[in-house]
Design a protein around this ligand. Structure first.
Ligand code: F0G
Length: 456
């Protein structure tokens, strides 16, 4: 089996503006079209005939076969699918064996949501514990190919953790801009340990992103936010790998959280491409869920028919998606419309309850990921998702990313003194506060007996 990365007609990619269709030879530092200011994407001129030179079944066999290889790039759940990605020479590839994330059955959550066939693809099982690694391996490699010494991002914590790790592996320096406060300690500690220069700016994510865009125009620093189209290409592989795990039989629904909307854009792009290339027989509906306090995309679709977006000041305890001006909203809209998906918004209490339910299935995730289950429940109640349909939730971050949220929820402190306090009473049955006891066997047996009685 060939292990090298061969450049073929199919993996030659070009940049294209999603707004005016211009096809520049190179990207500007902020990855925006110099003619109209919209975002750039990568496309493959060699795919114009709606098929690859290679038979889809040959590709599927090749990808599966690479799982047995000892080569680092074949062991990556991103680079394994390199026939559907732009060409990056092997000597520039930086990999931590990302991807290869599990697909779990969620029986209890399925019962709670009224859906029999419910699965979660857990992207929190990546090397830095979030979905960002699948895009970062690819975009960091493109920075390496471009000869950059410095990479940078604005982040709510996961992008920065991932970027710092991949920069370190590729011998590049990294600069992180994160909001001061409203970011989990777990994520912050990662970028410190991976050696990033970390700046906590007295603003929110949107403020950090504004400064970053100005910075890259003045300094030779490579921008690694998801406006970088190489991030999107790498993140496509989550959907490709999911289809492989489902033996190329798409589910009826895929549900993702929406923040800056890079992930939904990537999954939408992958689904459309796989369908065009006849790798899958039909398109699953891709739905996007936002926290009610950070719902500009939900309002764009519901109030303005996706014609425009109104930036807002975002606020949610799911700090990963505390974003009021999502950069990739037009790309995300394309996936939503092409697949016939929906948008939903969920409350803080709905997020916290869904997170505890995913935990109780023995899986767990960070708060932003739990919007998917909370959103599914609403889509099910509205009849958009039917009980017999198959659903896959994309869980984006690991439970241990934000232990503060989890502990406060189980102790009953999360909503204390907030306007959500009375709504939170509904989720009380999900709380499992730790019990502090004397070192006494009888006391422990007492707790055990009571728990046993309550479980009946
Ligand atoms: N879930 C988690 C755990 C995230 O960290 C993010 C985004 C999202 C969902 C939303 O994904 O932005 O592609 O729509 N986190 C970014 C960051 C913004 O900086 O880590 P999106």
């Amino acid at each position: 089996m060939p292990l090298s990365i061969a450049k073929t007609a199919e993996t030659v990619s070009r940049l294209r503006c999603i707004g005016c269709g211009a096809t520049p030879d190179s990207a500007s530092q902020d990855f925006r079209c110099i003619a109209c200011g919209d975002l750039l994407e990568l496309f493959f001129p060699g795919w114009n005939r709606d098929s690859l030179a290679v038979d889809p079944s040959v590709l599927k066999a090749l990808w599966l076969n690479r799982r047995t290889s000892r080569e680092a790039l074949d062991q990556s759940g991103v680079w394994r699918f390199r026939e559907l990605l732009p060409h990056i020479p092997e000597e520039h590839a930086i990999t931590l064996r990302e991807g290869n994330t599990p697909l779990y059955h969620l029986p209890r959550c399925g019962r709670a949501a009224g859906v029999e066939n419910l699965h979660a693809k857990h992207q929190g099982m990546n090397p830095t514990a979030s979905f960002k690694d699948t895009g970062m391996t690819f975009a960091a490699s493109s920075a390496h190919q471009g000869g950059f010494k410095w990479v940078a991002c604005a982040s709510t914590g996961n992008t920065s953790a991932s970027m710092a790790a991949y920069a370190a592996r590729g011998n590049m320096h990294s600069l992180v801009l994160i909001p001061d406060g409203k970011i989990s300690w777990g994520k912050l500690s990662q970028s410190l340990d991976y050696g990033a220069i970390t700046c906590q700016l007295r603003t929110d994510f949107d403020g950090c992103f504004r400064i970053l865009n100005e910075l890259v125009r003045q300094k030779p620093v490579y921008l690694l936010n998801s406006v970088n189209p190489y991030r999107i290409e790498g993140q496509k592989t989550a959907a490709i790998e999911l289809m492989e795990q489902l033996a190329w039989e798409p589910p009826d629904h895929i549900i993702v959280p929406g923040g800056n909307l890079g992930n939904s854009s990537a999954i939408g792009k992958a689904l459309i491409e796989m369908h065009d290339l006849k790798l899958i027989p039909r398109l699953p509906k891709l739905s996007i869920i936002q926290a009610r306090g950070a719902n500009p995309f939900y309002r764009s679709v519901r109030e303005f028919g996706g014609k425009k977006i109104e930036p807002m000041t975002a606020d949610t305890l799911a700090t990963a998606i505390r974003i009021g001006n999502p950069a990739s909203w037009r790309k995300a809209l394309r996936g939503l419309e092409a697949t016939g998906g929906e948008v939903e918004e969920v409350s803080e209490v709905e997020i916290a309850a869904a997170k505890a339910e995913i935990g109780a299935d023995g899986i767990g995730c960070e708060p932003a990921s739990a919007v998917t289950l909370a959103g599914l429940k609403k889509l099910r109640r509205r009849g958009f998702v039917k009980s017999g349909e198959s659903v896959v939730l994309i869980l984006t971050g690991h439970l241990l990313k934000d232990p503060d949220f989890t502990i406060k929820f189980h102790r009953g402190d999360l909503f204390k003194g907030t306007p959500d306090e009375s709504e939170a009473a509904q989720a009380k049955y999900l709380q499992r506060a730790p019990v502090v006891l004397d070192a006494d066997l009888g006391a422990v047996i007492g707790v055990l007996d009571e728990a046993e009685r309550n479980s009946k």
